[in-house]
Ligand binder design. Structure first.
Ligand code: GA4
Length: 329
């Protein structure tokens, strides 16, 4: 019999008795340097709510610098990492996700991001001389990925024929816009590998924001749920970014885009490091379907709310809850 020494592991849901399923080869890919990328982005957001973007203009050395600093942080002794925790709401977190009892086989750093000037919440490890390269690497990454998010939203607005063209990206570049940044580490776990089991790394959920921009190292684990409810594995690609449609974009498009349910399974083979920048609107921003996207006689499917209201409700929910449910008409 195998005894799991860490009691917290007992609480982590076992997803299913086999390892990752086949890779889904039909993840939409959009080359941002090509004509018709606007239309292709819209189609991907409608069909899947998830899209891989290439030729994104984020320099790979910026990504690699932050990844190297992140790996260095997660390799530090547990007591050191914990001086930057708990993640309540920002800081270092280990296995516990959010305030309502969700758990996963993951450790992470969660930063709050303010827009102008672009800055992140401080943490005690950042004051150590050994972490002196972390802050500059993080700042550079945030600037580059924010530009990518802004470009993508502008293209989506073009594809949807929204005027003015900066209406969507304006929500995330606004001075008051509300960003979050998450560095996740799913550790290698030889025990899991030996058991040939998958545990939940990060449980299924949708992202509450407008979009999220995700990048991971070359390790499997991420899965998305398709419209028919089936789960498919996303082939990792460390050079690309994945755009995840969030709940707010679903509402802004009156359900034309769907926020995609996704999760990460931990199978223990290789450690996975992911970086996700969540782009939320200003707290007072009203989230409602854009009138220009409504067909004749089309009614809003949602009660109007502000991002502050939605966020407050989200932090009372469990990770896997359907958060939009209570705002549906
Ligand atoms: C899911 C998406 C992001 O990771 C996150 C998560 C947040 C957290 O980890 O603190 C939440 C979760 C996420 C939604 C419901 C609440 C809040 C955990 C949780 C149970 C940072 C976010 O913005 O919402």
């Amino acid at each position: 019999m195998v005894v799991l020494a860490n009691p917290a592991l007992d609480e982590i849901p076992l997803v299913r008795p086999q390892k990752h399923g086949a890779f889904f080869s039909a993840i939409p890919v959009v080359d941002l340097s090509r004509p018709f990328s606007a239309e292709a982005l819209v189609k991907a957001c409608e069909d899947v709510g998830f899209v891989k973007v290439i030729n994104h203009n984020v320099p790979m050395d910026v990504v690699q610098r932050l990844e190297a600093e992140t790996v260095k942080f997660f390799e530090m002794p547990q007591v050191f990492k914990e001086t930057s925790g708990p993640a309540d709401p920002f800081g270092y977190g280990n296995k516990r996700i959010g305030p309502n009892g969700d758990v996963g086989l993951v450790e992470y750093l969660l930063f709050g991001i303010t827009s102008k000037p672009l800055s992140y919440t401080s943490m005690s490890f950042l004051e150590e001389p050994s972490a002196c390269l972390f802050g500059p690497a993080l700042s550079e990454y945030l600037v580059a990925v924010k530009k990518l998010a802004s470009d993508v939203l502008e293209l989506i607005a073009e594809g949807l024929k929204i005027e003015p063209r900066d209406l969507l990206n304006g929500l995330v570049t606004d001075e008051q816009s509300d960003g979050l940044f998450r560095l996740n580490h799913y550790p290698r776990c030889p025990l899991l590998e030996r058991l040939d089991r998958s545990w939940t790394g990060f449980g299924e959920h949708t992202d509450p924001q407008i979009i999220s921009v995700l990048r991971s190292n070359n390790t499997t684990g991420l899965q998305i749920s398709l419209k028919n409810g089936s789960w498919v594995s996303v082939p990792p690609d460390q050079e690309s970014f994945f755009i995840v449609v969030g709940d707010c974009l679903q509402v802004l498009t009156n359900g034309r885009f769907k926020s995609v349910r996704h999760r990460v399974l931990a199978n223990g083979c290789k450690s996975r490091v992911s970086m996700i920048y969540f782009f939320g609107p200003p707290p007072a921003g009203k989230i409602a379907p854009l009138s220009q996207l409504m067909g004749e006689g089309e009614q809003s499917k949602y009660k109007e709310f502000t991002w502050a209201e939605y966020k407050k409700a989200a932090y009372k929910s469990r990770l896997g809850d359907n958060r939009l449910g209570q705002f549906e008409k």
